[in-house]
Design a protein around this ligand. Structure first.
Ligand code: SF4
Length: 344
């Protein structure tokens, strides 16, 4: 690329290790599995980032497209002996593309789409409900009832977006500005509950790391809900899918299983890739926008895993996963998909 980009500076170790790695994690990359091509393995994506950084490959639309072939799920890292995670470098490689004016065409209007904090005084409540942008109105209402025991019609929790789409789109400065504005808007809340693990991870981990904003006291519903009422209308053959940001990134794997068990009276079926090694739904990293066919194939693979253990329904704990899996299940017509918030 022309000129020096500082976007890659923090990722030298990761790029170097991956460049010379014999692709030890390729089997654990849902994108590489779905597309079945070498270009999108974690190793190849990182090697391309290194070539672009060193000016030995152009930072063009083709390269930016490759950098976007990552959900940020981190599953590959469970197979990496060197403790490397590729998403941070790839998200910053996307930023180098934005700097150079090479923006993924599906994300051209992204900054204008992100919900800014509403004006007015900070949210004043002991416990705020943060629905996230991905939750449907029904799931938002379910989460509100579960988290706050209040009628959603009386809530005014629509304070904006945590900023994750900006980070994943390679706009870290806009992300930092969003985090700072959101932190100010949420400043009056002692605690926040959300049903979206990516929002929880973004506020707890990415706000301090990438925006210099103190992490608010934000918890996912699964971390605070003690039990779920009995749910009589669920199939007995029910599997639990671990959302990547809830399980791998926040370490929450047992609480949602206990909630499913309290609702159904039996532990959920275990998928072959589960707990901290759970398969991605395809919903992260903006992949449903930048590579929707790949994202759908990843969700199909996950449903196939559920069929393989005899499941007739899948419970997940993330509205993005819920949407990805619901869309895939609607095509096949043989699997019910439930969000954990609906059980509470
Ligand atoms: S993440 Fe680890 S296993 Fe995967 S390519 Fe990089 S160094 Fe190799």
């Amino acid at each position: 690329m022309d000129g020096e980009s500082t976007r890659f500076e923090a990722h030298d170790r990761a790029i170097r290790y991956c460049t010379f790695c014999p692709k030890l994690c390729r089997h654990a990359c849902p994108v590489a599995h779905a597309e079945a091509r070498e270009t999108v393995t974690p190793q190849a994506k990182q090697a391309l980032a290194g070539l672009v950084r060193d000016g030995r490959a152009p930072l063009d639309a083709e390269a930016v497209d490759v950098f976007h072939r990552c959900t940020g799920c981190g599953l590959h890292a469970t197979a990496c002996e060197l403790d490397v995670e590729v998403a941070p470098a790839l998200f910053d490689a996307r930023a180098a593309g934005v700097d150079a004016g090479v923006v993924h065409p599906a994300l051209a209007d992204l900054e204008a789409e992100v919900r800014r904090p509403v004006g007015g005084p900070p949210l004043e409540t002991s416990t705020g409900w943060f629905p996230g942008c991905s939750a449907s109105d029904e799931l938002s209402a379910a989460g509100l009832r579960a988290a706050l025991k209040i009628d959603p019609a009386t809530s005014s929790a629509d304070v904006g977006c945590c900023g994750y789409p900006l980070l994943a789109a390679g706009r870290p400065e806009a992300f930092a500005a969003q985090a700072q504005a959101m932190s100010a808007a949420l400043g009056g809340a002692e605690a926040l509950l959300t049903g979206d693990p990516i929002c929880a991870w973004t506020m707890r981990v990415a706000w301090p790391q990438r925006a210099g904003v103190a992490a608010p006291n934000v918890r996912h519903l699964a971390e605070v809900a003690g039990a779920a009422p009995a749910a009589a209308d669920l199939p007995a053959a029910l599997a639990y899918h671990d959302p990547c940001h809830l399980s791998r990134k926040l370490g929450v794997t047992e609480a949602p299983r206990r909630l499913v068990e309290s609702a159904t009276g039996a532990p959920p079926l275990e998928l072959p890739w589960s707990a901290q090694g759970g398969w991605c739904s395809g919903g992260g990293g903006l992949l449903p926008r930048t590579a929707p066919t790949t994202a759908a194939a990843i969700a199909d693979e996950l449903l196939g895993q559920a069929r393989g253990v005899g499941a007739e329904a899948v419970v997940t704990a993330c509205p993005r996963c819920h949407r990805q899996l619901s869309d895939a299940a609607a095509e096949a017509g043989d699997m019910r998909v439930v969000d954990l918030a609906e059980l509470l």
